[in-house]
Design a protein around this ligand. Sequence first.
Ligand code: URA
Length: 218
Amino acid sequence: MREEDWRSLVELEHSFVGDDLFLATKDDDQEKISFDKTWANLSETVKECQKCSLCDTRNHTVFGEGDVNAKLFFVGEAPGKDEDLSGKPFVGRAGKLLTKMIIAMGLQREDVFIANILKCRPPDNRNPSSEEIEKCVPYLKRQISIIQPKILCTLGSFATKTLLEEETPISKLRGKVYSYEGVSLVPTFHPAYLLRNASMKAKAWQDLQLVMKLLDTR
Ligand code: URA
């Protein structure tokens, strides 16, 4: 091959590779922009939500926080007083225990995503009503479908029963892996329950170990 032919071939090849890289970057950027938009829209919708009367008593909606690319998604029940005041999930006493549980798994809070079935605090921390759950749970379901985690860890009976559409008590449901829309779901006790029933921590730790095993293998 003549020297000038060789050079033009190399140049041609470079220009193709360059184009490919450029296109790949552009596609990735577009995907990120559209992801950010979808997420921001959902967050804005939740902030302005007036679908039930909890909007009259809330200080802040609690959208959820963490890594939007997380493999592990924790689902709690509803914001309490501290969460309502701060707009962040699990920041009170139960939240501090959840943080310890996450660290015991070798992770940080920032590595996972944390949200609740309800985005607003029920007054006096009463149980969520079925009407409130019905109105609010589509937000959580949308978050799950956007994040596409590998594992959902439901904390307590409301989160577990709502996603699994089950009436069985959490004490009977825990310890096993279920499926929610193709995502593995591991139920465990709510940290607030563990604060009142320390002897159940060993069982909760078994559940978290099950989550860790699934994270390693999927
Ligand atoms: N309990 C929950 O279920 N969620 C929170 O965010 C805080 C306490």
